[in-house]
Design a protein. Sequence first.
Length: 320
Amino acid sequence: MSNCRDLREYEKFVSAMFGGSCEYDFSNKGMAISNHTRYMLARTQSMFKWSGLPDTIPARNLELLLQCRGFAGFYKTSQGLYAFAGGLGGEPDPYYMPTILTIANPALKLSVNAQINKDCVVMPNDSLYLGLIPLCNRYSTEMCEAELSMLVAMINSRIPALISSDNDNTTKSAEKYLDDIKDGKLGVIANRQFFEGVTAQPYGNTSNTNVLTNIIELIQYIKASWYNELGLNANYNMKRESINSGESQLNNDALLPFVDDMLRQRQEGAEKVNAMFGTSISVALASSWEDNQEEIEAEQDNLKSGNEPGEGENNVSDED
């Protein structure tokens, strides 16, 4: 990178090495939404830790199936036990749940209609087989719109006035000037006719000076809500002063229900797989989700014992 003398050389370097551009295209909403979703799915790969999985079922691939497709079907082939994506169907059971898993896997040359709970086990990501894609796409779309608004607001903050002109030469000079401003360069005016042929109306001073602050708070709120949906405690309190421990723990009760459901479905599915195929698969929360669960359980134990949240920590008596 130190050998690249200007931006164009660096763009060529990035394009040659990674097949992309060094400039992030915020206006490409489809790409931005997809990137946000995929980065979050990369984080949720650390949500669970698996033990006892056979070599034919990597934990990464299993979690991708569960989180992206909403379920995974465990079926034993002549090559071993695998987790498959497939189609759910067949004659519904008394609770209108599917009874057949249709598997078509070219790599294993497999095409079969497996009977659920007899030939195969279906492990859902959650009780409604939703997965994380709808949830992530929702927040990714909100994040994309908020970041695009922030980008426009940042560019507009560089423009002190709106410019109008009455001839082509002056218009071209004004466009060149604004392009330099957009690129972060100092605009240079080549001739005096520019001043004589344009009129400027104040713009920056009359706009909402708090727009960037408001957008930053909106982005923080969206991001915190997204993390909270996935069981991670992120502060979205909009107070501009310090908050106490009670306020910071107000949303603890809402953090884990969805994560608990995901964990329960995996554990129940693992028990069925173990019973049908003689494996010893187990799963538990991991990383920050495990830490967060332990903190909430400790807080609940304090409440059951009659202590206030955070009691005994940094407390000062009236006499002191």
